[in-house]
Design a protein around this ligand. Structure first.
Ligand code: SF4
Length: 348
């Protein structure tokens, strides 16, 4: 039921002989109030609830573990109905000039087939795609848990940057975005959601055509094929020339700026890499976000020296490229994608 749109619930209510307003009430309980049981739906009578239960299953995700960082970041490990586990993260950003930002980083797959060299999720391989309900459910369950401490809590932003490659589960991710955006639900603005991809060219072009007005972040990480092939195996299938062509087409169609993510490790935080990035991004409407990676056991990658990072950023700035460094969150917990799940599975 958590994957159902308002219209789908209206259709189901009609088939059950229930009034249209019941569907709207149901949708609001599930998607706006983020309740986790039928009993909490106070304005739906027992008879109608019984009829709805005969058609709809309503399962929240089981919270297996929660970690809290000193900076307020919370990381959750959730168990799905089939026993698989996924991670998602809530990051709070206090703002003085605008309302506080509460960003949820959601997973879109169990495991991941892409196998990026710096990623704990990639080490596990691909298990399965998440459904619309499982994707949206992460945001609903986090909302539910935080509201127990802060009843006014609202998620304001979503990033599809958790476990999995979102564009390899496009058919579930797109309706999940539309559901999270619905006015009677969590009502999260399209421009407050960002899809991050390792560079799946056909789906970047599809996203441009569908143009849901969400942000697009491309995990570039390297500007030369020889280097990127080792970091992101997807590059062998869609090399940089194809990826950049797709990015140009995306900005032409959508007029939206792409964020290019560059994870800096001890291996790629070098001047020649920064210069190659300047050449690659020439004429591209975009912004570069530098990410110092958390070291992950088993990947052989180390965090780069902060001085190397600022020199890297300076090369980009000198070339007129807009650049920022990602604020580090959750450094004292297993915040890098896939780390908590690996640690937990290792204990079993
Ligand atoms: S970084 Fe993302 S795309 Fe790459 S292996 Fe990890 S989850 Fe998959």
């Amino acid at each position: 039921m958590r994957g159902c749109s308002e219209n789908e619930l209206i259709q189901i209510c009609q088939e059950l002989g229930l009034k249209r307003f019941r569907a709207i009430q149901l949708f609001q309980w599930v998607q706006q109030k983020a309740v986790t049981t039928w009993e909490e739906m106070k304005n739906i009578g027992e008879r109608d609830r019984h009829a709805l239960r005969s058609r709809l299953t309503f399962n929240s995700l089981e919270k297996v573990r929660e970690q809290r960082s000193k900076d307020g970041t919370r990381k959750y490990l959730f168990r799905l109905d089939d026993g698989e586990t996924i991670e998602c993260v809530l990051m709070d950003y206090a703002r003085t000039t605008s309302r506080d930002r509460h960003t949820v980083c959601v997973s879109t797959q169990v495991g991941c087939a892409v196998g990026c060299a710096f990623c704990a999720t990639g080490l596990e391989g691909f298990r399965r795609n998440l459904s619309v309900g499982e994707i949206v459910g992460q945001v609903l369950d986090i909302t539910h848990y935080v509201r127990q401490e802060d009843p006014d809590f609202q998620v304001t932003n979503i990033v599809f940057m958790g476990m999995g490659e979102p564009l390899l589960n496009y058919d579930q991710v797109l309706p999940a975005i539309q559901l999270l955006n619905q006015g009677q639900g969590l009502n999260i603005g399209m421009r407050r959601m960002t899809i991050s991809t390792s560079g799946v060219v056909p789906q970047i072009l599809q996203l441009a055509k569908d143009n849901p007005q969400v942000g697009l972040a491309v995990s570039l990480h390297a500007a030369q094929d020889e280097v990127r092939n080792d970091l992101i195996p997807m590059n062998r299938r869609y090399p940089l020339i194809q990826l950049m062509e797709a990015c140009r087409e995306y900005t032409q169609i959508t007029h939206r700026r792409i964020t290019f993510e560059v994870a800096l490790t001890s291996k790629n935080a070098k001047r020649e890499e920064a210069e190659a990035l300047v050449r690659l991004l020439k004429g591209q409407f975009g912004h570069v976000n530098l990410i110092p990676i958390n070291s992950v056991a088993g990947t052989g990658m180390e965090r780069p020296d902060p001085e190397l990072m600022s020199k890297f950023a300076q090369v980009l700035e000198d070339a007129g490229i807009s650049v920022s460094s990602r604020e580090e969150r959750g450094a004292d917990i297993d915040a890098a994608c896939g780390q908590l799940r690996r640690q937990w599975e290792g204990e079993l």
